[in-house]
Design a protein around this ligand. Structure first.
Ligand code: APR
Length: 230
């Protein structure tokens, strides 16, 4: 089976009711990103960070995968599908996608501040943390999120996947945050690239097809094209 690699951003979850970051009315218009999503912000006011991510988790548990998430899952019958996502939501997983690589962490997970390999998955009935939350070893926990100013540990694995792609698909990202935005340049020469976004960033690459549509509409169109490329 050909390897079909997706690189998704906030736009694929927009139709599930989860706000993007940089669109009008985006999350960063309401919350200064350096206060709620940077290492500096975390050191300065960890309580605000706990509250911010508690709020995002509450919204996430009420959200559902949309038809774009399911369309990616359905392609697993024709391709070896891998999803690299900048999103911290679990909608790809909840749609049944088998292989998801999170570059920027996972909203429903927290980790020990003393032993970062100790990662814990929260549940819908236990999704809030605070400065007083302790893990089973008595250590404080923090969101399992890659804040700005922190390394992106899964990027090298993401690069390998992009290099292995027979077909590469970008969905719903403004392509402004690195290193994630550079994945498109890791594909082998000649690899077909598709970019689904209703307001795509102005990029040009060889073998790039832009589908100027929402994720749900764009995935309908792309699925028909991919059926001819198996
Ligand atoms: N379908 C597809 N794409 C959409 C839709 C939709 N219904 N609605 C909006 N979009 C597109 C926008 O046009 C934009 O290109 O989704 C993209 C969202 O861009 P951003 O808000 O910048 O989100 P993203 O690119 O994922 O941000 C990257 O920045 O803030 C950090 O860590 C955060 O992972 C995030 C990273």
């Amino acid at each position: 089976m050909k390897k079909l690699v997706f690189s998704t951003g906030a736009g694929i979850s927009a139709e599930s009711g989860i706000r993007t970051f940089r669109d009008s009315n985006g999350l960063w218009e309401e919350y200064p990103v350096m206060d709620v999503a940077s290492h500096t912000g975390y050191l300065k006011n960890p309580e605000l960070i706990h509250k911010f991510y508690n709020g995002l988790r509450k919204k996430l548990v009420d959200a559902q995968p949309n038809s774009a998430h399911y369309a990616i899952r359905d392609l697993e019958s024709m391709f070896d599908v891998r999803v690299i996502t900048q999103n911290v939501d679990d909608l790809h997983e909840r749609a049944g996608v088998s292989n998801v690589l999170h570059l920027h962490g996972e909203l429903m997970k927290v980790r020990s501040t003393k032993h970062e390999e100790r990662v814990y998955t929260l549940t819908p009935d236990n999704l809030e943390t605070s400065l007083d939350t302790r893990d089973e070893y008595g250590d404080p926990v923090r969101p399992h999120i890659v804040f700005f100013e922190e390394p992106v540990p899964n990027f090298s694995e993401g690069m390998k996947l992009a290099q292995q792609a027979d077909i590469f698909v970008v969905i719903g990202t403004s392509l402004v945050v690195y290193p994630a935005a550079s994945l498109i340049d890791c594909v082998r020469p000649g690899t077909p690239i598709f970019y689904i976004d209703p307001n795509p960033s102005n990029i040009s690459r060889p073998n790039l097809t832009i589908i100027k549509k929402t994720a749900s509409e764009g995935m309908k169109e792309l699925t028909e094209i991919l059926k001819t490329m198996q």
